[in-house]
Ligand binder design. Sequence first.
Ligand code: SER
Length: 340
Amino acid sequence: MRKEVVMITGANGEIGHGLISHLGKKGDIGILALDVQPLDADLVPYCQRFIQGDILDNMLLGRLVAEFEIRTIFHLASILSTKAEYNPETAHRVNVEGTLNLLRLAVEQSAWQGRAVKFIYPSSIAAYGIPDLETKNRAGKVKEEQFLQPTTMYGCNKLYCEHLGRYYTRHYRQLAADKGSASVDFRCLRFPGLISADTIPTGGTSDYGPEMLHHAAQGIPYQCFVRPDSRLPFMAMPDAVKSLLQLEEAPQENLSQLVYNVTSFSPTADEIQTVVKKYFPKAEIHCQVHGSRQAIVDSWPGDIDDSAARKDWGWSPDYDMNRAFDDYLIPAIHRRYPPK
Ligand code: SER
């Protein structure tokens, strides 16, 4: 008998940590975790099985099809926006070919199981590309279908993979005589910047938010790489996990679209600094603008419209900015970096 599991790629990443700890503590479904690096020790107890391997390794993925009954794939593995700009072709391979391989795995699983396999995919505000700051400031809450001209390889990859998900769900092998009955149920969230108390992102462009906080908590000076007036939408990690699971559970007939914005609060870098300094008054935070990273942030919306997610599947974040710091980030970060 194959074992029913949810599969989580990018297990060691920021969202992977949040999702695996949450599902593992609940304990009602087995977790099959995948990462290119050895699994972080704190996640080991939560995973029924961990495979150290590459999502580009089709042989490896083929073996998983034979061994497990995969209910849902949470495909979290990806090379983030800043890192991707240093090696765009590698990023394309991991972000696009990796996603294609997993969609293919979902098709094979579904054919074997005789039911749809859910594919939950985190896209990003990086899918947007707003031409200039004036337009950004005028745009207000950006809707899913607006400004889809990303300027980064990561953003292009995310937007294209949203299309791939739609293709695999609605049009896969539409002309083939033997197209079979396999079906992929692709559901996608466009995430804002995420802030976690337990992990620090690597290689993203919204990283200045979490980095400011984690540096302050450790008493390490921080050079913020964007202007104080830079505004991006953010969300606390527990809300990111909640949105992934709510979207997974939503009845298919309630979903009027495949791609949903989700967000919570939209501070400027200066407002993040102010709240960080409220809790860590001795924090040393200076501004040293990195021109190219600033340009990326300027091309992303200052806020996004998540009314479709609210309407279709009852999305509502638990943590606004005050609650995120007061009730989640600060208590958890004090546990993580106890005062010396
Ligand atoms: N946090 C991501 C990044 O900065 C955006 O999704 O690349």
